[in-house]
Write a protein that binds this ligand. Structure first.
Ligand SMILES: [Zn+2]
Length: 50
């Protein structure tokens, strides 16, 4: 996925619920970017991912 500013974000270490909700919250690692948000993946159909 990407953050609101278009930086690539790797969801390693995150858990995705059956409804696409990513936990814990997602923080962009790109220097100078302050993106930090709770994310829900659109049209998530792969079930729980840990
Ligand atoms: Zn970013």
């Amino acid at each position: 996925m990407t953050c609101a500013r278009g930086h690539a974000i790797v969801l390693s270490g995150h858990t995705i619920s059956a409804r696409g909700e990513v936990r814990p919250s997602v923080v962009c690692r790109t220097p100078g970017c302050d993106f930090h948000d709770w994310v829900r993946l659109k049209d998530w159909t792969d079930g729980v991912l840990t």
